[in-house]
Design a protein around this ligand. Structure first.
Ligand SMILES: Nc1ncnc2c1ncn2[C@@H]1O[C@H](COP(=O)(O)OP(=O)(O)OP(=O)(O)O)[C@@H](O)[C@H]1O
Ligand SMILES: [Mg+2]
Length: 444
């Protein structure tokens, strides 16, 4: 999903441009006429970049590939994609009108500074509304519903991407404009500084979201054998964090110490800023931690619906029936078979039941232990689609997997664990590109 990195980088660039427009609209309306004209010329240069690069290059790729696939994969997305297309067409028109307005003002051919400033402000607001729609609806949906092959095609369309202004380096003819942008925008919007606040995902990755889980120096033993040797990791609200590692690396042991069913011998675990290192497992569940264990462990003789109800055992609210329906919406196959014993389900269906059962506890942090284990490739894809969808619904997830490729592809942040130690961390995309990870876990 290299294209997602590119799209996110483009969004940061567009957010920078919007921020530069904000500064320019104030400068145009408040400066003496000759200075205001110079700022209007910068507005025109920026619009030139927006229309030549963002519209013609970036949007064309999204339109021809990403948006087309979204329409095919999920008809429910068609209205949002249509809205995005309409907004884009309108923005292109607005861009042209504003460009003429800025040119005329720059060359002293009339126009009121306040009118131009107002038009610049409207333009930057429309850019932000477009970015919001993409980030809140389109990109999460793409993460949830596109297949590995779809991403391959989208990645191919986005290959050979070189932003002339914010690429490294900027093309010579854009250097001066880049210098002006750096002067105009606040420190946190400058190129090279990760931008927070506009892209939801980025805000989460960059550490501004609330801490959900904080593990420091965690150690654990089986008798005299040490299985965990000082694990450090962080999960923040809304994130999907993946821990990947080979057989026997300590993944399950880590999850079992997090949920309290295996003792800790050193270090600390904090959940929502509360020290839970020595809290009883049941109390952890009440604090919002829910684990889907390795090998599913559904109650075979009990009906599917009773298994689900069991997941809500810590709750006394009146939303349980509503949540049951929500689970049936998320996993339709469970609805069809709700009265049958859980033992009659296939492996993939039992995995869905195990996940739905955990969700019935309304977890604030969902721990998944190798959900793809033992499943056929098609079902593996299905399970990862469901996990990506849960993430897009705002559920915070800590996913443990041997299937490093699939897990890192949907993760915001990844950790690699070897013999009880976390040896690497980075964004999911960074780890997928990492040579060590490629060789050891991706078979490349
Ligand atoms: N009940 C146990 N008694 C003794 N040693 C154990 C026990 N369970 C696990 N271990 C050891 O602890 C280490 C970590 O095992 P763990 O099951 O946590 O690994 P894992 O990463 O989950 O592996 P897998 O991918 O096979 O599930 C291994 O060396 C394993 O042999
Ligand atoms: Mg395991």
């Amino acid at each position: 999903m290299k294209s997602l990195d590119i799209i996110e980088a483009e969004h940061r660039s567009m957010a920078r441009v919007a921020s530069a427009f904000d500064a320019l609209d104030r400068l145009v309306s408040k400066s003496a006429l000759p200075v205001a004209r110079a700022h209007a010329a910068t507005v025109a240069d920026l619009l030139g970049y927006v229309s030549a690069y963002v519209d013609l290059v970036h949007h064309a790729k999204e339109h021809a590939c990403l948006h087309r696939m979204l329409r095919l994969r999920d008809p429910e997305l068609i209205p949002s994609v249509d809205r995005l297309q309409t907004e884009h067409r309108q923005a292109a028109l607005r861009c042209e009108v504003l460009l003429n307005q800025a040119h005329d003002f720059t060359q002293g051919q009339g126009g009121d500074a306040d009118v131009l400033a107002e038009a610049v402000r409207e333009f930057s607001n429309s850019m932000r509304s477009y970015l919001r729609l993409e980030e809140k609806v389109i990109l999460p949906a793409a993460r949830a519903c596109l297949t590995v092959d779809d991403w391959r095609a989208v990645d191919a369309a986005f290959a050979e991407n070189q932003d002339p202004l914010f690429g490294t380096p900027a093309l010579p003819e854009f250097e001066e404009l880049l210098g002006k942008i750096v002067q105009l925008v606040p420190m946190e919007c400058r190129p090279g500084v990760p931008l927070t606040g506009t892209a939801g995902g980025r805000a989460r990755e960059s550490g501004h979201a609330r801490s959900v889980l904080e593990v420091r120096g965690l150690t654990s033993h089986y008798g005299r054998i040490q299985a965990l040797h000082g694990i450090d990791l962080d999960v923040r609200e809304g994130q999907l964090v993946a821990l990947v590692g080979a057989n026997g690396a300590g993944k399950t042991t880590l999850l079992r110490t997090l949920s309290g069913v295996h003792p800790v011998s050193g270090g600390t675990i904090r959940l929502f800023d509360q020290d839970i290192t020595h809290l009883a497992p049941g109390k952890r569940v009440r604090t919002g931690l829910c684990q889907v264990p390795e090998g599913r462990q559904v109650f075979g003789p009990m009906s599917i619906e009773d298994n689900l109800r069991l997941g809500a055992y810590t709750r006394s609210d009146d939303q349980i029936a509503t949540d049951l329906e929500r689970m049936y919406g998320l996993f339709p196959v469970l609805k069809e078979k709700r009265q049958l014993p859980a033992g009659t389900l296939s492996g993939g269906q039992q995995q869905m039941l195990a996940m739905a059962r955990a969700l019935m506890g309304r977890p604030r942090l969902l721990l998944l232990d190798e959900p793809s284990m033992g499943l056929a490739p098609l079902l593996v894809e299905e399970i990862f689609r469901v996990i990506a969808r849960l993430k897009s619904e705002g559920i915070t997830i800590f996913l443990v997997e041997q299937n490093a490729h699939a897990a890192l592809a949907i993760a915001d942040i990844g950790y690699v664990i070897e013999t009880g130690r976390t040896i690497l961390t980075g964004t999911g995309a960074e780890l997928l590109r990492n040579e060590q990870v490629k060789q050891a876990y991706l078979g490349m």
